[in-house]
Design a binder for this molecule. Sequence first.
Ligand code: IPD
Ligand code: CA
Ligand code: CA
Length: 256
Amino acid sequence: MERFDVAAEIIQEAGKILRRCHLEQAEISQKTGHQDLVTFWDRKIEQQLRHSILTAFPQDSIVGEEYPPQENCDRKVTWYLDPIDGTTNFINQHQNYAISMGCWEGADPLFGLVLDVERETLYWGKHGGGAWQDQTPIHTSVRRELSELLLTTPGLQYTFLEPHPYQERMIRLSRKVRGVRCLGSVALELCEVAAGRADLFVTMRSSPWDHNAARIILEEAGGAIFTVDGDELPLDQKSTVVGLNSYSIKSCVFSG
Ligand code: IPD
Ligand code: CA
Ligand code: CA
């Protein structure tokens, strides 16, 4: 089987497990604090994905959120895995969380899959093959005026409330757009922009496993993605992220 077909199969199997699971309080633990949580299910799903990928493609490398990177000698193909993106939503809502799998060959994107687990909706994109929501092609919105854009951000607190070098710029931006929404999952929010239901995405902190699948889907859908400085998004480092519905709005978003 091709890598994409393996990925499509194992992401759906993992989704079934999460839909059926009953999260116990004892399965929740803190990483760096009470707003940074991990559950038994994050680890179980990542282990299962890693095992399936390495069984099929033992030469591939894996970068996932919950375990140290597994780097194989040729390092040609790397999978970026977030077993649950939106763990807080998983714990408190049991909805609005995703499994994210991005596959890259060196610096070249191969494909990305983001499963909205509870809606049973799969967003996917293959490099050069467009972006899809299940069997339907998706495209970013055509809105180009700042005053018409809906901005989505996974963390109001980190984007607007806590001091950081871009805080004033972000607050100005929030006043210029039509509205701000906050879902709590980097992967799902980038897919909202890809599907045209949001127009702009901003976060001050994102990790490779958060965005390396959805960025492929967004670009295939006609969007563009940068750091907050307007630079190319790195593949292997934590970063700020700005997702746009079109490259053509870059200048008006970054000029403010
Ligand atoms: C987090 C979510 C959250 C975002 C954080 C991410 P996790 O991922 O995407 O919305 O604000 O920056 O780390 O921890 O739920 O996988
Ligand atoms: Ca995440
Ligand atoms: Ca996660």
